[in-house]
Design a protein around this ligand. Structure first.
Ligand SMILES: *Cc1c(COP(=O)(O)O)cnc(C)c1O
Length: 459
C-alpha cells in the first residue's frame, strides 16, 4: 500500500506521513473511499492547494488535475469569482437558519436553465438529493418499488446501495452490510441501455413502481452513453406504467451542457437531482420538478424533508458565482474542443502502442477504458465474455470486463509524470475551463509514455 512512496525515494514522503496518521484516525485513512487509491494499489497523495487546472501536494509535487473534485470544479480550482463571492459572504455570516436572497437567486438560475424544473429544494449533497427525490416519488405515487440501473450511483442511501447481478433483472440484494434486505427489496436493478429489461421489471411489479431513477449519461462506472432513443423510450415506458422518471444529473447537470443531459437528449424527467457544479465546490445538492410535484414537499405539502444548513449562504454564493460564469454556449464549446482533443489524442497514443482502449465521452467528462483483456473475475458471466473487449461499453457488465491492472499501471505512470487521474477505472475524468490546449497536449504526450509502460508490462 505504500508503493508510491517506496518506489520513488521520498518524493511522496509527507503524503506517506499524513496517510500513516490518517489510518489511525479514520477508516482507511480517508473521508470517502475512492480517495484511498486502493483500487490502483497505491497510497494516497495529500493535497495542499489547487489553482486553475493544477494541484500541488504536501510534498510540493505539481499535477495537471483531471479529478477536479469529481465534477464540481467546472471553472477550475480557486476561481477568482468564486473566491470573491465566498469571501464577501463569509464576512456577512455563514449561516442564519433563516431565508436568504442567495437561495432565490440560485433557484431562479437553475429553474431557468432546466425547463423540467419549475420548483427546487436545496439540500447539502447529491446523496440527499437522490434520497429526497425517491421519498418524493413514493409519496406522490403512493407506490413502493424503485427501478435503478446496474452500476448506477445515487449516493450512499440504503435503498440505492444495491448491487447488480449482471444480465437479467434482479431483485435488490444489499451491497453493504447494514442495509436491511427489507429496504433493498423494493429496489429493482436492470442493466443500462436495456429496454426489454425495463419492460420486464415494470410488468413484474403489478403497478407498484414509484419511479425509475437513472443517470441519463452514466458516470459512476466510467462514462457510459445512452443508446439512440433509449432515454425517450424509457420515459414513455415509465409514464405508461404510471411511474415517475427521475434523472440523477448530479454529475451531468451544467457539465455535459448548460441544461444537462435532459436537454442534450431532449427528454424531460419528472424529477431532477442536481449537485456538484451547482455548489461551485461547496456542499450543495438539489432536487426539483413541476410545481404540482414539488408542492408535495413540506411545508407546502406532507412529504417531510429538512436541513439545518440547507441553502447555506456560503454554498449558495459559490454556486451562484460558478453558474454566472456559465451560459448555454460557453465554456461548453471550448470544453467540447478540449474533450475531443484529449479523447482523440489518448486513443491515438494507445493505438501507437497496440493497447486496446475505448474512450467514452460527453463534452468534458470522459473515461479511458482499457478493453484489452477480461479480468479473471468470477462475477463476469461467460455470456459477456464473447461481447468482448473491443465492443463499446454500454452497461456495467461491459465496464467490468475492463483490465483494471492496466488502468492501475497507467494511473501510476501518469501520477509519476504529474498527471492526476481518478484512482479507479470506473470513474469519469473531468476537464475544466481552466485547462488549456497545452495542458491537454502535455497530457497526451505523458500518456504515450504511460502506454509504453503498459505494453512492456505485457511482455
Ligand atoms: C456524486 C453523485 C452523487 C452523490 O453526490 P454526493 O454529493 O457525493 O452525495 C449522486 N448521484 C450521482 C450521479 C453522482 O455523480
Amino acid at each position: 500500500m505504500t508503493k508510491t512512496t517506496s518506489k520513488s525515494g521520498g518524493r511522496w514522503a509527507k503524503s506517506a506521513e499524513f496517510y500513516a496518521r490518517a489510518l489511525e484516525l479514520m477508516p482507511g485513512g480517508v473521508s470517502s473511499p475512492v480517495r484511498s487509491f486502493k483500487s490502483v494499489g497505491l497510497s494516497p497523495v495529500f493535497i495542499k492547494s489547487g489553482q486553475g487546472a493544477y494541484l500541488t501536494d504536501v510534498d510540493a509535487n505539481h499535477y495537471i488535475d483531471y479529478v477536479m473534485s469529481y465534477g464540481p470544479l467546472i471553472c477550475g480550482h480557486a476561481h477568482p469569482a468564486v473566491r470573491a463571492a465566498v469571501s464577501k459572504q463569509i464576512g456577512r455570516g455563514s449561516t442564519f437558519g433563516c431565508c436568504s436572497p442567495l437561495e432565490v437567486e440560485l433557484a431562479q438560475i437553475i429553474t431557468t436553465a432546466f425547463g423540467s424544473m419549475e420548483m427546487i429544494r436545496f439540500v447539502n449533497s447529491g446523496t440527499e438529493a437522490a434520497m429526497s427525490a425517491i421519498r418524493l416519488a413514493r409519496g406522490v405515487t403512493g407506490r413502493k418499488a424503485i427501478i435503478k440501473m446496474a452500476g448506477g450511483y445515487h449516493g450512499h442511501m440504503d435503498a440505492m446501495l444495491v448491487s447488480a447481478g449482471s444480465g437479467a433483472t434482479t431483485h435488490g440484494v444489499p451491497s453493504s452490510p447494514g442495509v436491511l434486505p427489507r429496504v433493498a427489496e423494493s429496489t429493482i436493478v436492470v442493466p443500462f441501455n436495456d429496454l426489454p429489461a425495463i419492460e420486464a421489471a415494470l410488468a413484474s411489479q403489478a403497478g407498484d413502481v414509484a419511479a425509475i431513477i437513472v443517470e441519463p449519461i452514466m458516470g459512476n462506472i466510467g462514462v457510459v452513453l445512452p443508446r439512440q432513443d433509449y432515454l425517450r423510450t424509457l420515459r414513455d415506458l415509465c409514464h405508461a406504467a404510471g411511474a415517475l422518471l427521475i434523472f440523477d444529473e448530479v454529475m451531468t447537470g451544467f457539465r455535459v451542457g448548460y441544461s444537462g443531459a435532459q436537454s442534450l437528449y431532449g427528454v424531460m424527467p419528472d424529477i431532477t437531482c442536481l449537485g456538484k457544479i451547482i455548489g461551485g465546490g461547496l456542499p450543495v445538492g438539489a432536487y426539483g420538478g413541476s410545481a404540482a410535484i414539488m408542492n408535495h414537499v413540506s411545508p407546502a405539502g406532507p412529504i417531510y424533508q429538512a436541513g439545518t444548513l440547507s441553502g447555506n449562504p456560503l454554498a449558495m454564493a459559490a454556486g451562484l458565482a460558478t453558474l454566472r460564469l456559465l451560459d448555454p454556449q460557453e465554456p461548453y464549446g471550448q470544453l467540447e474542443l478540449l474533450g475531443r482533443r484529449l479523447a482523440d489524442g489518448l486513443a491515438a497514443a494507445a493505438a501507437a502502442q497496440g493497447i486496446p482502449v475505448t474512450v467514452a465521452r460527453s463534452g468534458s467528462m470522459l473515461t479511458l477504458f482499457f478493453t484489452g483483456s477480461a479480468p479473471a473475475s468470477a462475477t463476469v458471466g461467460a455470456a459477456h465474455t464473447s461481447a468482448g473487449a473491443k465492443s463499446i461499453i454500454s452497461n456495467y457488465a461491459d465496464a467490468l470486463m475492463c483490465d483494471t491492472r492496466d488502468y492501475a499501471r497507467f494511473f501510476s505512470a501518469m501520477l509519476e509524470q504529474g498527471i492526476m487521474l481518478p484512482p479507479s477505472q470506473f470513474e469519469a475524468w473531468f476537464i475544466s475551463a481552466a485547462h488549456t490546449p497545452d495542458d491537454i497536449d502535455m497530457t497526451i504526450e505523458k500518456a504515450g509514455a504511460a502506454f509504453v509502460h503498459c505494453r512492456e508490462a505485457h511482455l
